[in-house]
Design a protein around this ligand. Structure first.
Ligand SMILES: [Mn+2]
Length: 372
């Protein structure tokens, strides 16, 4: 959602003191992927003893924004849940304060699965280029008052004694200079963060984008600047995952992580040496020249770097770019567990401990894997 003024208003900052000695779990960028959220909460055995902080971008881009919002609202009645707003959750200001009707209509017509789209569809309100978007949003507000109130109540920043949670990042300067939208939209915060006394936990920028040669979706802990970036790229990246940052209690620096993705698990049966050289072509820097077009794989040259690799032909786009991909070959040993993202005639594209790459040996797929 764009078209906001460069400065909107100061962020709402909520102070929160979690109970002592209880786990603190942070998740970000769920993006309407309810199955990832449920899977991850099951994986970490989330219980009423714990606190869950949702670090923004609960909604949009994924398939089930309205269901995901309702799930979190229900969850917060029985569990300790704190939700702060990301740039994709800011429906209330955008619809009812700034009234960006043209942008909202454009978005509705081009992203037919977001929160407002799902509300209107549930209401039976016809969506089309000639619709009265103002009337539609007011009708949605009448019908979905509880949902909009929940979103409107979200701060942009949550502070505990030792931690600051914010979706994008904190701009230079102090709270009086911060702007709510910039806090949510601060891109690639980890490239140049200020130093903070408190730990700052951010999402927004998928952590894979901070790496050059490998696709590594694990959270990044920058101990010098005291920043932790946790966005595992769920929904946005085909091989993405939903990460959880887990603190045994507020104030602990004994960080651990868990992740969930929907891919089947398999066991590696043959040793494989990792590649010494690899490249990760990613969104925003993905212009390629096709050197040899094949049915399943094509040889391409990355235009900016001249790097050549094989990519799945289905990843080639008509506009001369390519879906995120890598030629990295994972170092693996027999017995390693991997998650299988793609099965091809050359081998498997898999994830091992959050790192994506190729494996060319045999696998044993696990059966009867229970999905939560
Ligand atoms: Mn975001």
């Amino acid at each position: 959602m764009r078209l906001l003024p460069p400065r909107v208003r100061p962020p709402k900052i909520a102070r929160f003191d979690p109970p002592e000695g209880k786990r603190l779990i942070a998740v970000s960028d769920i993006h309407g992927a309810l199955d990832y959220l449920r899977g991850l909460l099951h994986t970490v055995q989330f219980s009423p003893e714990d606190t869950l902080v949702i670090d923004g971008d609960l909604l949009e881009r994924g398939p089930r924004s309205l269901d995901t919002l309702r799930y979190v609202m229900d969850l917060s009645r029985t569990h300790r849940v704190r939700f702060l707003s990301g740039n994709w959750d800011w429906w209330v200001p955008i619809l009812f304060e700034y009234r960006h009707t043209d942008a909202v209509l454009y978005y509705l017509l081009h992203a037919p699965h977001g929160l407002l789209w799902q509300m209107l569809e549930e209401m039976g309100w016809p969506i089309g280029p000639d619709m009265d978007i103002r009337a539609a949003t007011l009708a949605a507000r009448d019908r979905y008052g509880a949902e909009f109130d929940f979103l409107a109540a979200a701060p942009e920043i949550i502070e505990t004694e030792h931690l600051t949670f914010v979706h994008g990042g904190l701009p230079q300067g102090g709270p009086s200079e911060w702007d709510a939208w910039q806090c949510m939209k601060c891109d690639a915060f980890l490239r140049n963060p200020p130093h903070f006394d408190k730990w700052t936990v951010v999402g927004h920028t998928p952590v894979v984008l901070y790496h050059e040669n490998v696709v590594d979706a694990n959270p990044i802990v920058d101990r010098d600047h005291r920043v932790i970036a946790i966005d595992g790229g769920c929904v946005l990246k085909d091989d993405g995952q939903l990460n959880a940052l887990i603190l045994p209690h507020e104030g602990s620096e004994d960080f651990s992580f868990a992740a969930w993705d929907p891919f089947p698990t398999a066991t590696v049966l043959r040793e494989q040496a990792g590649s010494e050289r690899s490249w990760y072509i990613r969104w925003g820097d993905s212009a390629v020249e096709v050197l040899e077009q094949g049915e399943e794989f094509s040889r391409i040259r990355h235009r900016r770097t001249g790097y050549e690799m094989l990519v799945l032909s289905k990843y080639l786009r008509k506009n001369g770019t390519v879906n995120d991909c890598t030629d990295y070959v994972l170092p693996l040993r027999p017995g390693d567990e991997v998650r299988v993202v793609e099965t091809t005639s050359r081998g498997y594209f898999v994830k091992h401990k959050g790192v994506s790459g190729w494996y060319f040996g045999p696998l044993r797929l696990h059966e009867n894997e229970g999905q939560p």
